[in-house]
Design a protein around this ligand. Structure first.
Ligand code: ADP
Length: 323
């Protein structure tokens, strides 16, 4: 193999740059030329390729986001869009592609590989919902950012006897909310995976007040039916006397933009190198992920389009501990 390309797609995640660096330098080590594709599948269809040297990926391992840019490109879901992408890859003599991204991006990778092009995926999403990797690039950093915010909110909440409804990212998956709730010692965790009753949330906060707590935190997943604003409206409309003064904080994109921590840099580096090693061994059509501490490949036809379920037993554990 002489030429490969790498792209980042979908939601950006801290650590994507470390993965790009690993793919580029790992590929160069094999004697290959490595192209970066800008703006994910949009750049693949638009022919936005750039040849990358070892120096081009210097000084990026500690940066959040992705130096290649990312995009959502609905046209890639059409066969015509993917044919255009294949024509661009072939025109440059590119023989394999590494796709760093989440669930949607890996479905795109699978669609391309089914058209006969060698693709290897790298599991990267702050949602941690990808089958084929116990944890994905960016989750650890995003979780630590959410925790720092929760810890700070607790400090100010204690001073005013306040309860905070803290909304964390996760439109389709409650992983961040569940883990941030447990590690942040939240009184309530509201997920999209479990039906929630607004009355119960309010009652739990009220009970915490009566037990003499100086503050209370409800961590709410963005995608929950009762998101933070809905819960606030419910509390106001019903003029609930919670005891605590209730406030809403929506963390939003702040969770994405951090510098990747040690865990994500190491994971991204290992996954990027793993992707190159598999390609060098003639393997493709797989997703690189972390399984029981090892960097392993799962066939894309098993992993793509399949969501990893949340361990809801942890929700009960959190409830028991929120005394
Ligand atoms: P993420 O990878 O973070 O889950 P998205 O779900 O937005 O992000 O997917 C990123 C991109 O992957 C989409 O904009 C689209 O270009 C491509 N994609 C998503 N699903 C498919 C699919 N089923 N077939 C082909 N391409 C897809």
């Amino acid at each position: 193999m002489k030429r490969i390309a790498v792209l980042t797609s979908g939601g950006d995640a801290p650590g994507m740059n470390a993965a790009i660096r690993a793919v580029v330098r790992g590929g160069l080590e094999q004697g290959w030329e490595v192209f970066g594709v800008r703006q994910g599948y949009a750049g693949l269809m638009g022919g936005d390729f750039v040849s990358l040297s070892a120096r081009d990926v210097g000084g990026i391992i500690q940066q959040g986001g992705t130096v290649l840019g990312s995009a959502r490109a609905p046209e890639f879901k059409t066969e015509e869009g993917r044919k255009q992408a294949l024509a661009n890859l072939e025109a440059r003599g590119v023989e394999a592609l590494v796709v760093i991204g989440g669930g949607g991006s890996q479905s795109g990778a699978y669609a391309l590989s089914r058209m006969g092009f060698p693709v290897v995926g790298v599991a990267s999403t702050i949602d941690n919902d990808l089958y084929g990797s116990e944890t994905t690039i960016g989750v650890d950093t995003a979780l630590n950012i959410a925790l720092e915010a929760i810890d700070r909110l607790k400090v100010t909440a204690s001073s005013h006897h306040r309860a905070f409804l803290v909304e964390v990212m996760g439109r389709d998956c409650g992983y961040l909310a569940l883990m941030a709730g447990i590690a942040g010692g939240a009184e309530v965790i509201v997920l999209l995976e479990v039906e929630s009753d607004p009355e119960e949330v309010i009652e739990t906060l009220k009970a915490a007040y009566r037990r003499g707590k100086a503050h209370a935190i409800a961590v709410v997943a963005e995608g929950a039916t009762n998101n933070a604003n809905e819960l606030m409206l419910y509390a106001q409309e019903n003029q609930k006397r919670i005891g605590f003064d209730l406030r809403v904080t929506i963390l939003g994109h702040v969770q994405r933009g951090g510098m990747p921590g040690a865990f994500d840099r190491l994971l991204a580096t290992r996954l990027g190198v793993g992707a190159v090693e598999r390609l060098a061994g003639g393997e493709h059509g797989v997703l690189m992920g972390l399984i029981r501490g090892e960097i392993l490949a799962t066939p894309l036809d098993e992993a793509a389009g399949r969501k990893k379920p949340l361990d809801l037993g942890l929700l009960e554990m959190a409830r028991v501990l929120a005394k």
